[in-house]
Write a protein that binds this ligand. Structure first.
Ligand code: G1P
Length: 309
């Protein structure tokens, strides 16, 4: 069983300033829910009961979101609108939330290590909250299944264009079992294109053996001057543990960047049972304008001599 998950949420979210000056980036909305709620929902669907959120300063509204709110409940009930918070209320009623402070900004590996004392001696799921995955099945549920079947560590991966490999942790493949399942030979954090063992990039979902905490404890500073989770998983591999990789099905959004967050908003709205039609009509109306704008751009691109003045 994998029942505990770590969500490192200590980042400052500087790409979204000034919006994130006082609001944690994990609380930025994707349509009608804060980004971190999608992560927790995926966790709940995957059997996770306890979420350990690794936070820093200015993150206390995350705690408020995953908490009871009796006044709001009473108000919505009196207006017959309880369904507006049904989803989050159910999560709050059935899951545990534990908050741990990352005392120094020493990177992802350090953030995960900060949760060591609340995890104990059992495999743990890790969710990077910037990576939102929309699909039919919960990605973490697939990772958990492989971890339990193979008694191994598991990372989620996605193919990326070769020129982008230096933005990710990249795996090398020892063996491919099916189109979406691999045994990992090596893991390299943010390699140069010439050093990358493949174009299979790690996306933010992991199931890790508890030995990861001992490895992280000894871990040296890696790429970007930070303690890297990828380096620690590579150490696990060298120590004889198995690592598998599951290729994600569904769409991944890097909501750590404004464009990724915007795309997630649009795509989620287009899937929303109540709002899809309105948003589609709006996007179509924009498209009409784009045709006009494209016409203008084409005219402007023509050499001056050809313009009829
Ligand atoms: C982190 C991990 C990297 C992974 C990426 C996925 O990098 O270190 O291995 O590929 O998340 O989003 P970051 O994006 O924090 O630099």
């Amino acid at each position: 069983m994998v029942t505990k998950a770590i969500i490192p949420a200590g980042g400052l979210g500087t790409r979204f300033l000034p919006a994130t000056k006082s609001l944690p980036k994990e609380m930025l909305p994707i349509f009608d829910k804060p980004a971190i709620q999608y992560i927790v929902e995926e966790g709940v669907k995957s059997g996770i009961k306890s979420f350990v959120v690794v936070t820093g300063r200015n993150k206390s509204v995350i705690e408020d979101h995953f908490d009871v709110h009796p006044e709001l409940d009473a108000f919505l009930e009196s207006k017959n609108k309880s369904e507006l918070i049904e989803g989050i209320s159910k999560i709050v009623a059935t899951s545990n939330f534990i908050y741990v402070r990352q005392k120094e900004p020493l990177g992802l590996g350090h953030a995960v290590w900060s949760a060591k004392h609340v995890i104990g001696n059992e495999p743990v799921a890790v969710f990077l909250p910037d990576d939102i995955i929309m699909g039919k099945t919960a990605t973490m549920a697939q990772l958990v299944q492989v971890a339990l079947q193979e008694k191994c560590n598991v990372v989620a991966v996605q193919e990326v264009p070769m020129e982008d490999v230096s933005r990710y942790g990249i795996i090398g493949v020892r063996k491919q079992f099916s189109p979406n399942l691999f045994q990992v030979k090596e893991l390299v954090e943010k390699p140069r294109v010439s050093d990358a063992p493949s174009n299979l990039a790690i996306v933010g979902r992991y199931v890790l053996s508890p030995k990861i905490f001992d490895v992280l404890e000894q871990q040296h500073i890696g790429t970007g001057g930070e303690i890297q989770l990828t380096d620690a998983i590579q150490e696990l591999l060298l120590s004889g543990e198995k690592v598998f990789a599951v290729k994600i099905q569904g769409e991944r959004y890097d909501t750590g960047h404004p464009m990724g967050l915007l795309k997630a908003n649009i795509d989620y709205a287009l899937r929303h049972p109540r709002h899809a039609e309105t948003i589609l009509a709006y996007l179509k109306s924009l498209d009409k304008d784009f045709v006009v704008m494209q016409g203008k751009a084409d005219a402007l691109a023509k050499p001056v001599g050809s313009l009829v003045l």
